[in-house]
Design a protein around this ligand. Structure first.
Ligand SMILES: NC(=O)c1ccc[n+]([C@@H]2O[C@H](COP(=O)([O-])OP(=O)(O)OC[C@H]3O[C@@H](n4cnc5c(N)ncnc54)[C@H](OP(=O)(O)O)[C@@H]3O)[C@@H](O)[C@H]2O)c1
Length: 378
């Protein structure tokens, strides 16, 4: 029986992780749950799943949960989920997930990483921890899970792989002109055509920043140079990514869009779970289309490439600034086209350095957020 901790249990990844665990109750048991402030959700989940530890980082919400769950260990420290688990699914959104990533690897556990921001911002700090005995990082992002599966087909990935190709659905604004995007509403940007996700990543998908961040994530996970990571738009989201090999072969991973598959892959790794999610019905799958991304209409993609190529603290600053600017868009303070415009200015103004400690990464994140606030204030 594998013990599973879910950080971010009230979110899209968190609730789908519970679905997967409940599909195989003899193989998996939830031992820890964590949220920021969603007290009603975590109380209901805890009553249903009987975890050993419940974490609520918001103090006021935590007091409500303590009263509702007498006899359960309720704490305010996110990393408390790690000790009671064999596998930790990190489904926290944003930079807040970093502590879970670091602690899980430090303790030599399996990390199912959905929280891409922590790897993107703190790659140089996270990388050495992957060598901790027992530690495993299994990506939960569907694209990186696909790459992970394709790379397993190679005995010598370091010499045989020529290119990683990430697929992108193109988001709700695929095919639109720059002019037509000036007045789009928050609701339109949140209407993702193939995936149902939390608001931050959904807006990132509409700007292609999500794909850009995933390029950085792929570089960090697999050590592939930026020149050998490409993006192709594939609106059906059935091919989740591909690996091209030196002999011209391309191996792809296909399934219908369903995040429970990559979550189950991380829970089961190195074995596969027995429950199918996203199985393809070949009698109804009519077509698979591919097209290049429009880099002029979606400049966030190349902003992320640029931050990745600069390296050091540049991805942390970009990621922090992006969180602030997306929040401003969601609250109606700016229009959609401002997102890329303001992020370009932040990246122009930011001078990157090489981070040696978590504090260096935190500083870069803070600086990125501050520059974003300054740009917003103008
Ligand atoms: N959703 C997807 O299909 C998908 C796919 C690939 C990758 N991802 C990545 O997975 C991560 C989660 O995405 P999501 O769509 O599941 O987000 P979401 O639905 O917005 O859920 C976010 C979760 O994080 C928790 N959280 C936020 N700040 C926290 C803090 N300081 N301490 C503890 N918990 C905190 C939230 O708790 P409260 O509810 O209390 O705020 C919630 O449980 C993101 O990094 C995203 O990029 C998601």
């Amino acid at each position: 029986m594998k013990r599973v901790a879910i950080a971010g249990s009230s979110g899209s990844i968190g609730t789908q992780t519970i679905d997967v665990v409940l599909a195989e109750p003899d193989a998996y048991k939830v031992t820890a749950l964590a949220v920021a402030s969603a007290s009603d959700v975590i109380i209901e989940q805890a009553r249903r799943l009987s975890p050993d530890v419940v974490v609520v980082t918001n103090e006021e919400a935590r007091r409500r949960v303590e009263v509702a769950l007498p006899g359960v260990q309720v704490t305010g420290t996110l990393t408390d989920v790690v000790d009671v688990a064999d596998v930790v699914i990190n489904g926290v959104v944003g930079f807040a997930g970093l502590s879970v990533t670091l602690e899980t690897l430090r303790k030599g556990r399996t990390l199912g990483l959905a929280n891409k921001e922590s790897l993107i911002a703190a790659g140089p700090i996270v990388q050495p921890l992957r060598a901790t005995p027992g530690a495993q990082l299994v990506p939960v992002d569907s694209e990186h899970c696909a790459l992970h599966q394709c790379l397993r087909s190679s005995m010598r990935p370091h010499t045989e792989v020529s290119r990683l190709v990430l697929t992108a659905s193109g988001g709700p604004f695929r095919g639109r002109s720059a002019e037509s995007l000036v007045g789009v509403t928050v609701q339109e940007a949140l209407a993702h055509p193939t995936w149902k996700m939390g608001p931050k990543i959904t807006i990132d998908s509409s700007t292609l920043m999500n794909k850009g961040l995933e390029v950085i994530e792929a570089h960090e996970l697999y050590g592939t140079s930026y020149d050998n990571i490409d993006v192709v738009v594939h609106p059906q989201s059935v091919v989740h990514s591909m690996v091209e090999f030196t002999d011209g072969s391309t191996i792809a991973q296909l399934s219908m869009p369903d995040m429970r598959l990559p979550i189950g892959y991380a829970l089961g790794y190195p074995d596969r779970i027995a429950t199918p999610f996203g199985k393809i019905d070949w009698t109804t799958l009519a077509r698979l289309d591919f097209e290049p991304p429009n880099r002029e209409v979606f400049p966030c993609l190349d902003l992320a490439y640029e931050a990745g190529r600069r390296g050091g603290t540049a991805p942390a600053a970009l990621s922090g600034a992006n969180e602030v600017i997306v929040e401003a868009f969601l609250s109606g303070a700016i229009v959609w086209t401002d997102i890329a415009r303001l992020l370009t200015r932040v990246l122009d103004r930011f001078s990157h350095t090489i981070p040696h400690t978590v504090d260096d990464v935190l500083d870069a994140d803070t600086q990125g957020r501050r520059l974003a606030q300054e740009e917003l204030a103008q």
